[in-house]
Design a protein around this ligand. Structure first.
Ligand code: 5GP
Length: 217
C-alpha cells in the first residue's frame, strides 16, 4: 500500500537510560504531532495499572513471544530487567507504508539492533544532565530498592558508552526544551534540511560536552 502522496514515512528511534524522562518526552511529542504514530511493542512484562493491550504494548506470554521470534516477526527484540521486549515489523511497516512517521521508544540494545539491521531510521539519544542527577531522579521515584537503583545506574553507565549508535543526542535538563529539540530534529529530518540541527544536536558534539560535565568532580 502506498500513501496518498506516495511518500514513505520516517522512523524515529528514541532511547535513553532509565530515569531520563523518555516516556514523558515521547507522550508530549505524540500528543502534539498527528503525523507521528507510536510503534506498539510486544512484551512479556505484565501490564501496569492503566495500561491497555494494543495501546501501550501487546502483552504476550513467553511462549507466544518465542513463536514470534521463530516466525521472524521482529525487527528487533531484547531482554530488559528480566522481561522480553520486541518491535514487530508490523508495528512499524503499516504506518510507514501509509506515509505516517513512526516513533520507536526502545532501550539502547534494541536501538543498536535496529541500527545493525541497517533499518532506515533516525536515532535520537536522550541524556540525563549528569549521572548524579540521574541518581537523584531514580531515588526520587521512591519505587525502587537500593540494589535496583544501583543496577539501573550501572546499566545507565554502560548505555552511555553506546551513544555512538545514535545520530542525535539531547540533554534532558529541562523537559520543555528537550521536547522542543526533539521536535526540531524530527522537522529537520522530514524536510531533509538537517545540517544545522546536526551541527548543534549531533551526537558527537553533545557527547563531548556531556563527557566533560561527567568528569567534573
Ligand atoms: P517498561 O517496562 O518500563 O515499559 O520498559 C522498559 C524498557 O523497555 C524501556 O527502556 C522501554 O523503552 C523499552 N522497550 C519498550 N518497548 C521495547 C521494544 O520493543 N524493544 C526494546 N528493545 N525495548 C523496548
Amino acid at each position: 500500500m502506498s500513501s496518498a502522496t506516495g511518500t514513505r514515512g520516517k522512523a524515529f528511534v528514541i532511547s535513553a537510560p532509565s530515569g531520563t524522562g523518555k516516556t514523558t518526552v515521547c507522550h508530549k511529542l505524540l500528543a502534539s504531532d498527528p503525523r507521528l504514530r507510536f510503534s506498539v511493542s510486544h512484551t512479556t512484562r505484565p501490564p501496569r495499572p492503566g495500561e491497555s493491550n494494543g495501546i501501550d504494548y501487546y502483552f504476550v506470554d513467553e511462549a507466544e513471544f518465542q513463536r514470534l521470534i521463530e516466525e521472524g516477526e521482529f525487527l528487533e527484540h531484547a531482554q530488559y530487567t528480566g522481561n522480553l521486549y520486541g518491535t514487530s515489523y508490523a508495528a512499524v511497516e503499516t504506518s510507514l507504508e501509509e506515509g505516517i512517521d513512526v516513533l520507536l521508544e526502545i532501550e539502547v540494545q534494541g536501538a543498536k539492533l535496529v541500527r545493525d539491521a541497517r533499518f532506515d531510521a533516525v536515532f535520537i539519544f536522550l541524556l540525563p544532565p549528569s549521572l548524579e542527577e540521574l541518581d537523584v531522579r531514580l531515588r526520587g521515584r521512591g519505587t525502587d530498592a537500593e540494589n535496583v537503583i544501583e543496577k539501573r545506574l550501572a546499566e545507565a553507565r554502560s548505555e552511555l558508552e553506546m551513544a555512538d549508535v545514535f545520530d542525535y543526542a539531547i540533554v534532558n535538563d529541562d523537559l520543555e526544551k528537550a521536547v522542543a529539540e526533539v521536535r526540531e530534529v524530527i522537522e529537520a529530518e522530514r524536510t531533509g534540511d538537517s545540517l544545522r540541527v546536526r551541527a548543534r544536536l549531533g551526537r558527537k558534539r553533545v557527547m563531548e560536552v556531556w563527557r566533560k560535565a561527567a568528569e567534573k568532580p
